[in-house]
Design a protein around this ligand. Sequence first.
Ligand SMILES: Nc1nc2c(ncn2[C@@H]2O[C@H](COP(=O)(O)OP(=O)(O)OP(=O)(O)O)[C@@H](O)[C@H]2O)c(=O)[nH]1
Ligand SMILES: [Mg+2]
Length: 395
Amino acid sequence: MKVKKFVAPTLKEATEMMKRELGEDAIVLGTRRIRQPGIFGFFKPDLIEVIGAIEEEKVKSKNESGADNAVELLRKMTNEIEAKRKNLFSDDGQKVEFEKYNYTEIKSELEEVKQALNELTEHLKYKGSAQYPSVLKKAFLNLVEKEVEEELANKIIRTVLMKLSGEELRDEKLVESEVINVISEILRFSKPVKPVRRKTFVLAFIGPTGVGKTTTVAKLAAIYKLFENARVALISADTYRIAAIEQLQTFANIANIPMDVAYTPEDMSRLVRKHQDKDIILIDTVGRNQRQSEHISELGKFIKSADPDEVHLVLSATSSYKNMLDVYNRFKSLLPNRLIFSKVDEAVSLGYILNVAYKTKLPLSYITTGQNVPDDIAVAEPKVIANLIYKEVLI
Ligand SMILES: Nc1nc2c(ncn2[C@@H]2O[C@H](COP(=O)(O)OP(=O)(O)OP(=O)(O)O)[C@@H](O)[C@H]2O)c(=O)[nH]1
Ligand SMILES: [Mg+2]
């Protein structure tokens, strides 16, 4: 590995110097701010030192040739298998000495082919990661395994690379905590509203069927009433005129919280006005098929009439990334300004949360972690979410 230092007034210039001299594949091992020497140095701007490195031989053998080696190995094995197959048959195609052939041998050769193919796929899949020092590469693969989009995973790892020095990059624990820092920095978070007596906050919850809107509304209503001593009202926007409101009504009766049903957008604005003496109004909406745009625009009229302070789009953490983006695209006309990820307890991996939150640029408000009201909900705090995504632990 060739390592060299580059000093320039800005990080950009120093990095450009490094790329000019060491080439595009060079990586930054570390950066340092240098104070100008002498008394007068205090009055001069600091310089930036970049430690750049290029793995001359290794770059070749890892980048191009990780693939080349695997291809070469596959070619060799195919030839060997072909030669052995030929041995089984005479020139006129008749089968000869069949029993001589060793099946265990074929099996182990096939195993090797399989392994070589796996290596090849891994290599082609994560081509960019070959350039990272080993601890960072492990972190990158961990992100990708959690279903974080490759491009985003690369962005996170490159940020860590710029932040830590060459020595620090070998420290697995330090790299892990820096990855978690970077994740928490690239996401946005919103704080829960605090009830203040002079204003009524209106919060609406939208999203596809069955994601947990009603359960989340019940959890928040209970928390605000019990722990914050707030005056809470519930409104269910029933755009369908079906009995889907029963569930919330039952909860409202038990918790002794007033609940109304808005069957029209006019009902909605009237009911919001009716509850102006409350601290918080939580609006539950009946889930509709987001693929039917007329349902979404109908719901939009209810939301507009409520004129909410916050519109939380509830996405189930168990659904696919593609589905989450589809839901977002169809609901975005209702101007959601918060994201809730529900059913985190049932999700296999949580990288999608990062992908969707990063792509939509919406702040996260809550995650929900089970069916229990009001326990299974947590405020989305930067470190909580980052740890959850990267280490799959709820701290
Ligand atoms: N495991 C798990 N289940 C949840 C969570 N939140 C809600 N559920 C369950 O998901 C199911 C649907 O929840 P609802 O709150 O009725 O969902 P909804 O979005 O109101 O559904 P619709 O009103 O039909 O659109 C219920 O069985 C809930 O108990 C969660 O965080 N984790
Ligand atoms: Mg519901």
